[in-house]
Design a protein around this ligand. Structure first.
Ligand SMILES: Cc1cc2nc3c(=O)[nH]c(=O)nc-3n(C[C@H](O)[C@H](O)[C@H](O)COP(=O)(O)OP(=O)(O)OC[C@H]3O[C@@H](n4cnc5c(N)ncnc54)[C@H](O)[C@@H]3O)c2cc1C
Length: 481
């Protein structure tokens, strides 16, 4: 395939022996989508090429921005017939580089499909289009006494379609599960433009294989998510958030046991920040740190419940017990919504804190909690063995076994990037972990898929891809080479 964008002689992959001109496909798309719906190469802004970590893709042939499912379906049918590859983009906050365009691809953006079509308070469901930002749904349902429980630092920019495509996890998995658990129905457009309308608001539907599960977490490689019916939950009457300073990893594990024992089902989040993260994040707050850095770990604990008085009493009892048992060295308890937001901001500064180590090799990994303390110590040693200047920053959703890691890679040693990846993923494999608990595989982790999936599983993934996207036009090369 010719690779230069903006070249009117660009041609696409031969389909059934024909080579269709990309310029003819683009003019057909323009006719279909209009000038709001199709941006030519010269009008494509930089934002369609970069991710939040500053990684840059290639210049796309153009950006299509369909207004609804029928337009998206017709546009995909055209691309399919011509064999033009397409990369789907939601909010571009993905951390596996799957949304970055490659040479010769057209970007398919859901940014005009932003309707919250229906909130059914009785059934506790929301019907939404794929391009709705997560935070907009969260805020829309609150006045109805409801909550959409998915929550993550990129809430203002990431889209529900992107959340579904990546099966996002986030801060409340402990209590509400991953995105997969929050989707009741899904509408998906397949590579050839056909529409799978599974937007049924049914919790129970045992009528054969649950097809929507194929698309949740498949990172746009099997179909484009266009609409969804999502589960809502009663908005807890109150939330309580505490930040605890802890001296060593044994105490972190003891604190998790203690918190679970006292708060049981009310525990929503247990976020652990190693000092390597905390001391870099708190100066970014622009105000004094809630607890001065210096302890080995800081743990953000959130509980939520229907009875504010009982919840407050439970959290205070939990903190008093932890201090008395000397599991916690210091603690603060938020007294207002503003203080809750301020404590969460420490944890939400993940990207900014990680950037201080630029250039970095980012990791989203899981290891059994019992091995986590040793794993991090070994990881520090293994990366320093690659280059003594490697510096490691660690934080994560510890109760889920999930760690986020950023390793500084010395810029004068481009070879160190892959050496660091091999060292860390090798350790993940030896400790029985997973190479991607949350962010997906995308481009970034393709080489390491085999650390977490067996050859038989990968073979089935290939069969699914070939069956649903035989011309390989949807996010080609992501997840599977
Ligand atoms: C500060 C920050 C914090 C984060 N925290 C978390 C976290 O705690 N947990 C977590 O899981 N992730 C986290 N992420 C990663 C990211 O926010 C999620 O992966 C999010 O779900 C991506 O949504 P998006 O709309 O930005 O998707 P994009 O980045 O646009 O796309 C991501 C992938 O999904 C595909 N895709 C997007 N929309 C669709 C669609 N409609 N149909 C089919 N495929 C589609 C893309 O092709 C790409 O492969 C974080 C990111 C940032 C920047």
């Amino acid at each position: 395939m010719t690779r230069r964008a903006g070249d009117s002689r660009l041609s696409c992959r031969p389909i059934r022996g024909t080579i269709l001109s990309a310029s003819r496909v683009l003019s057909a798309l323009h006719e279909l989508l209009g000038s709001r719906g199709l941006l030519p190469a010269e009008a494509v802004e930089e934002r369609y090429r970069v991710d939040v970590l500053g990684q840059r893709g290639e210049a796309p042939l153009s950006v299509m921005r369909p207004a609804d499912t029928p337009q998206l379906s017709a546009a995909l049918a055209l691309c399919h017939a011509a064999g033009v590859p397409v990369v789907t983009q939601g909010g571009r906050t993905g951390l596996a580089q799957g949304q970055l365009p490659q040479a010769g691809e057209i970007v398919l953006s859901t940014e005009r499909m932003t309707a919250i079509e229906e909130i059914d308070a009785d059934a506790a469901t929301a019907t939404v289009q794929a391009g709705v930002p997560l935070q907009r749904l969260q805020e829309r349902v609150e006045p109805d006494g409801l909550m959409f429980p998915l929550d993550l630092g990129a809430r203002g920019s990431c889209t529900l379609g992107g959340n579904i495509a990546t099966n996002a996890g986030g801060n409340r998995v402990l209590r509400y599960g991953m995105t997969r658990e929050l989707v009741l129905g899904l509408e998906v457009v397949l590579a050839d433009g056909s529409v799978l309308d599974g937007c049924k608001p049914l919790l129970k539907n045992n009528t054969g294989p649950d097809l929507k599960q194929l698309f949740i977490g498949s990172e746009g490689t099997l179909g484009v998510v266009t609409r969804a019916v999502l589960r809502l939950f009663p908005l807890p009457a109150d939330r309580a958030v505490a930040l605890c300073a802890v001296e060593d990893f044994e105490c972190v594990k003891a604190l998790l046991r203690h918190v679970r024992g006292v708060l049981a089902g009310e525990l929503t989040s247990f976020e652990v920040m190693w000092d390597s993260y905390y001391r870099r994040a708190v100066p970014l707050l622009g105000r004094p740190a809630p607890i001065a850095p210096g302890r080995a770990f800081h743990v953000l604990i959130e509980a939520s419940g229907a009875d504010p008085a009982l919840l407050a009493a439970g959290v205070e009892r939990m903190l008093a017990g932890a201090i008395e048992q000397q599991i916690v060295a210091d603690a603060v308890l938020a007294k207002s919504g503003a203080e809750i937001a301020e404590l969460w901001r420490v944890r939400d500064l993940a990207i900014e804190a990680s950037r201080q180590l630029d250039p970095i090799v980012p990791f989203d990994i899981s290891v059994p909690i019992a091995r986590m303390g040793r794993f991090v110590t070994e990881m520090q040693a293994a990366t320093r063995a690659v280059d003594a200047r490697c510096d490691v920053l660690v934080f994560g959703h510890l109760a889920d076994g999930n760690l986020h890691v950023a390793v500084h890679a010395p810029p004068d040693r481009p070879d160190s990037f892959h050496a660091i990846e091999r060292a860390v993923y090798g350790l993940v494999g030896r400790h029985g972990g997973a190479v991607s608990p949350e962010h997906g595989i995308g481009w970034l982790k393709r080489a390491y898929l085999g650390h977490s999936r067996s050859p038989a599983e990968i073979a089935v993934m290939r069969q699914l891809k070939a069956a649903l996207d035989p011309r390989n036009i949807l996010n080609p090369g992501r997840i599977l080479r």
